[in-house]
Design a protein around this ligand. Structure first.
Ligand code: GSH
Length: 314
């Protein structure tokens, strides 16, 4: 949108009944918006910007509040807080096979930021992790000049905003909001299902149920891929961006499940676009630099399942 161009915003938000879904998020049956996220959540609010729907309140807020700002640039804007990579005091608390930590490592790598990396033992968490993320006690935590930041999506956006260089999130406000919508979808719908395969399944039936949920989420992303990628190789266009990192960081775990349980989360027969995207993602320099071999995940999974089993029989 160029500054001053006519824009129509319509907000569909008038139905009063809200049912908490997860973490208090309102849930409401809503008529499907016309395009782009047509059958995903069916919830309010939806903002219509020039006829294009933006779903999820946090995504639409970012779009609507940017209305009067200057037109986006192709690279991260050099605001007073935007820095050149290189001389920052950055420490990342991560774990080799944590897809969430991998997102942050990929973002730092894309911006050319050097940082100290500390591998956490999640069965014996460090005092630094516990004091830096007292709320969730999880990796990743990025400690920048002594100040901790938690939650992978928050950290990736922080890194993107802080450092100059190619933008990780789309610079266009609508595409940016849409990328955030789908990132939230990956974390709210897909991740609990595939992590559930690892943690919560004892029988084949339980596993099959989790695989079904993960698969359904994948099919929705498959349907959205052509529009999000605009016919290009990646969600981010010709090179990887925010959504590529968010979803791509999970792929080696899907391969681990295939090896462990003979289940397929992305079936090339049913999700050919995502299957081809996953191949391309794995071939990128960024993925090769940071994403571990699936066997690392298999080994970790055995260790984790043994720890869960021991905890249950105590
Ligand atoms: N929503 C979080 C999820 C982070 C997460 O699940 N981290 C896991 C490792 S993959 C963890 O630290 N688990 C430790 C625990 O559950 O105690 C994010 O995006 O950063």
């Amino acid at each position: 949108m160029s500054p001053g161009s006519p824009t129509t915003f319509g907000l569909l938000a008038s139905v009063p009944v809200c049912t908490p879904l997860r973490q208090g998020r309102p849930q409401q049956q809503v008529q499907a918006p016309p395009r782009l996220q047509p059958r995903v959540h069916k919830k309010l609010p939806v903002i219509l910007q020039d006829g294009r729907p933006v779903c999820e309140s946090l995504s639409s807020w970012s779009t609507s509040t940017r209305r009067s700002r200057p037109a986006p640039r192709a690279t991260s804007p050099m605001t007073p807080t935007t820095r050149m990579a290189g001389k920052e005091d950055m420490k990342l608390l991560g774990m080799l096979v944590s897809p969430f930590a991998i997102r942050v490592r990929m973002a730092l790598s894309m911006k050319g930021v050097s940082y100290e990396y500390a591998e956490e033992d999640l069965l014996n968490k460090s005092d630094l992790l516990l004091s830096s993320n007292p709320v969730h006690k999880m990796v990743p935590v990025l400690i920048h000049n002594g100040k901790p930041l938690c939650e992978s999506l928050v950290i990736v956006q922080y890194v993107d905003e802080l450092f100059a260089g190619p933008s990780i999130l789309p610079t266009d406000p609508y595409k940016r909001a849409t990328a955030r919508f789908w990132a939230a979808f990956v974390d709210d719908k897909l991740c609990p299902a595939w992590i559930g395969i690892l943690k919560e399944t004892k029988t084949e039936d339980e596993r099959a149920e989790k695989v079904k949920v993960a698969h359904a989420a994948i099919m929705q992303i498959e349907e959205a891929f052509p529009k999000l990628s605009e016919g290009k190789a990646f969600f981010g266009g010709d090179s990887i961006g925010y959504l590529d990192i968010v979803l791509g960081s999970c792929l080696f775990w899907f391969e681990a499940f295939r090896r462990m349980f003979d289940v397929e989360i992305i079936k090339s027969s049913e999700a050919p676009l995502l299957a081809a995207w996953a191949e391309r993602f794995g071939e990128t320099a960024e993925a090769k630099e940071v994403v571990p071999e699936a066997d690392e995940a298999v080994q970790y999974a055995h260790k984790l399942r043994a720890a869960y089993a021991a905890a249950v029989t105590k």
